[in-house]
Design a protein around this ligand. Structure first.
Ligand SMILES: C[S@@+](CC[C@H](N)C(=O)[O-])C[C@H]1O[C@@H](n2cnc3c(N)ncnc32)[C@H](O)[C@@H]1O
Ligand code: SF4
Length: 421
C-alpha cells in the first residue's frame, strides 16, 4: 500500500471513529442508570484531575474506575487470549468476596465505574452476582463482558438480572455456528443465543431494563460478511444493541503454533473500519505525556494483585498487591515505590528508566485515558440528574418502574469501541 493511500485510509478511519465515538458517548448515559454519588466523590474527581495536571508522584485521590477480574479461569480457547492459550502467566483461581468487600469499603464511595472482567470468564466465579451487588450498593456503574457459552440455571439468570449490573456485553463473534467457533474455540453458538434469549426474557418477566445487553461482534476477515445478518438477528434474539469492534491481531504477543500464526495472519478484515492498526495510527497523532491509569484507575486480579492497567496480565508486571483477603490498603499500593517511580518518569522528574511494563507501553500515545474517564464522569452526572428527575415524575404520576425504555431504533454498526478494553 502506498504511503498516501495508507494516510487517506487512516484519516477516514479517524473520522469514522470520531463520529461513532460521539454517538457512543450519547448512548453511554443510557447504559448507565446512574444514581448520584455523594459530593465527596466529585471532590475526589477534582483532586484526581489536579494530581494528573501537576504530575504528582504521591496521590491522595481514590480511583474513579476499577477493573476487577473475579476469575482468570475460562472454558473457551480463543487463540489471541493468554487465558484461552492456557499460558502460565499466574496461578488460576476465583477472587474471594472478602477481598472485594475490603476494597469497596476503602474506595467504593469514590469509584464511579467498575469493569467486572479482564482475563477470565466472570460467570465462572459462582459468586459474581454478590460482587456486583456490593458495587451497586455504592452506586457504582458496572459492566461485565462474558462469552455466555455456559449452562445457566433459571435461578442464576434471575440473580444476574437483579444484581444491579448495568451493562452485559456478550462476546459473540459471528452470526452462525461455524464462523463463531473460528475464534471462540470450544464456544457453543446455540447456547450463547439461547442464553441471550433467556436473560432478555427474565428481564421482561422481572420488569427490569438493566442490564442492557450488548452483542459485541469482533470483526475478522472470516466473519465480516455476517455483519448485516448479525444486525438483523440482534433484536430478535433479545440483544438491546450490537457493536462491531476491531480485534487485536498481534500474533507476535503470544507463542502460537505455526498453524495459528498462519490463520491469524489471514484474519485482518477488509474493511478499514475494523483494522486496529489503522485506528491506532489515526489516534497516535496526539501524544500524551502522562498515563491516566496511574492516577485514576487500576486493574485488580483475582489473587489481589494490582496491575497498572488492564492490558497486562503477567504476574511479573504487577505493581503490588492488596492481598487475597484485602490485607493491604489500595491507597498504600498505588503509592508504593514502583508507582511513584513510574509517575516521576512520566512527569519527566526521573531520568533513569524504570523496570516496569509502562516503560515501553504505547497506550499513552494512543489514548487519553484521563479525558475518557472525565467524559464518562460527566455523562454519569448528567444521567444521574436526568434519572432523578424521571423518578420524581414517575413518583407523581405513579408510572412504571422503567428508567429508560428500549429504543425501537437499532444502532448502525459502529467502528468505535464504546470504551477501551
Ligand atoms: C479476555 S476477555 C474476558 C471476558 C470474557 N471471557 C469474554 O470473552 O467476553 C475481555 C474482552 O476481550 C475481548 N477480546 C477477546 N479477544 C480479543 C481480541 N483479539 N481483540 C479484541 N478484543 C478481544 C473479549 O471479547 C472481551 O470483551
Ligand atoms: S472467552 Fe474471553 S477469557 Fe475466554 S479465552 Fe476467549 S477471550 Fe479469553
Amino acid at each position: 500500500m502506498s504511503e498516501t493511500s495508507s494516510r487517506t485510509r487512516a484519516s477516514l478511519a479517524s473520522i469514522f471513529s470520531r463520529i461513532s465515538g460521539l454517538g457512543a458517548s450519547c448512548s453511554q448515559s443510557a447504559l448507565m442508570d446512574p444514581h448520584f454519588k455523594g459530593l465527596r466523590a466529585y471532590a475526589n474527581w477534582l483532586l484526581s484531575n489536579y494530581e494528573i495536571m501537576v504530575g504528582a508522584s504521591q496521590i491522595k485521590a481514590r480511583p474513579l474506575k476499577l477493573t476487577f477480574d473475579a476469575t482468570n479461569v475460562c472454558q473457551l480457547r480463543c487463540p489471541l487470549c493468554p487465558t484461552g492459550l492456557q499460558m502460565q502467566y499466574r496461578d488460576i483461581g476465583h477472587a474471594h468476596l472478602h477481598m472485594f468487600q475490603h476494597l469497596i469499603e476503602e474506595v467504593g464511595d469514590y469509584v464511579f465505574f467498575l469493569d467486572f472482567f479482564s482475563w477470565g470468564e466472570p460467570l465462572l466465579n459462582p459468586r459474581i452476582e454478590e460482587f456486583i451487588r456490593l458495587a451497586r450498593a455504592k452506586k457504582i456503574v458496572s459492566i461485565m463482558s462474558t462469552n455466555l457459552s455456559l449452562p445457566l440455571t433459571d435461578d442464576r439468570i434471575d440473580r444476574l438480572v437483579t444484581s444491579g449490573l448495568n451493562h452485559l456485553i456478550v462476546s459473540l463473534d459471528g452470526a452462525s455456528a461455524d464462523t463463531y467457533a473460528t475464534y471462540r474455540r470450544k464456544g457453543k453458538f446455540d447456547l450463547v443465543i439461547s442464553n441471550i434469549r433467556r436473560i432478555s426474557a427474565a428481564k421482561r418477566r422481572l420488569g427490569q431494563t438493566f442490564p442492557v445487553i450488548t452483542w459485541q461482534f469482533l470483526v475478522f476477515r472470516f466473519n465480516e460478511h455476517e455483519i448485516d445478518k448479525a444486525t438483523a438477528m440482534a433484536a430478535d434474539i433479545g440483544a438491546d444493541r450490537i457493536t462491531f469492534r476491531a480485534p487485536y491481531l498481534d500474533e507476535g504477543r503470544f507463542e502460537l503454533s505455526a498453524a495459528d500464526k498462519q490463520a491469524i495472519a489471514s484474519w485482518t478484515p477488509q474493511s478499514p473500519l475494523y483494522q486496529i492498526a489503522l485506528l491506532n495510527e489515526a489516534l497516535a497523532a496526539k501524544s500524551k505525556s502522562r498515563c491516566g491509569w496511574h492516577y485514576m484507575s487500576a486493574a485488580i486480579n483475582w489473587d489481589g494483585t494490582v496491575a497498572s492497567c488492564d492490558t497486562t496480565f503477567e504476574k511479573r508486571d504487577d505493581f503490588g498487591t492488596i492481598g487475597k483477603n484485602g490485607e493491604h490498603s489500595y491507597m498504600g499500593v498505588v503509592n508504593n515505590p514502583t508507582y511513584r517511580a513510574v509517575r516521576d518518569r512520566f512527569a519527566g522528574r526521573r531520568k533513569e528508566p524504570v523496570d516496569s511494563v509502562c516503560e515501553h507501553c504505547p497506550t499513552p500515545t494512543i489514548m487519553d485515558y484521563h479525558r475518557f474517564i472525565n467524559r464518562q464522569v460527566i455523562l454519569f452526572t448528567i444521567g444521574s440528574l436526568l434519572a432523578a428527575v424521571s423518578r420524581l415524575f414517575r413518583g407523581w404520576g405513579g408510572g412504571g418502574q422503567r428508567p429508560w425504555r428500549r429504543s425501537s431504533k437499532f444502532p448502525k454498526p459502529s467502528a468505535a469501541a464504546d470504551y477501551p478494553s
